[in-house]
Design a protein around this ligand. Structure first.
Ligand SMILES: [Zn+2]
Length: 80
């Protein structure tokens, strides 16, 4: 796991804590549902081909795309 992933996970956990406080204190009970778009992952991992700058040889890499439906949370608010 890279530094980027760790930082991202920390940020997401902080966001989750923030949401819990917000929803618990200010908005009454809120129902959170697993995001259907990303299946609760919050991100899509897309396989891409990258060409080396020097030699021009291709290699596989993974591009991380934040889910637009839940903004990377993996959860969406569900209105009862
Ligand atoms: Zn999503």
């Amino acid at each position: 796991m890279s530094m980027f992933d760790k930082e991202m996970q920390k940020a997401l956990q902080a966001d989750g804590e923030y949401l819990r406080q917000m929803t618990g204190e200010d908005h009454g009970p809120t129902y959170l549902a697993t995001c259907q778009e990303c299946d609760g992952e919050g991100f899509f991992y897309k396989r891409i081909t990258v060409y080396e700058a020097g030699c021009g040889l291709p290699h596989d890499d993974m591009e991380v795309i934040q889910c637009g439906a839940c903004g990377g949370w993996g959860l969406v608010e569900e209105q009862p």
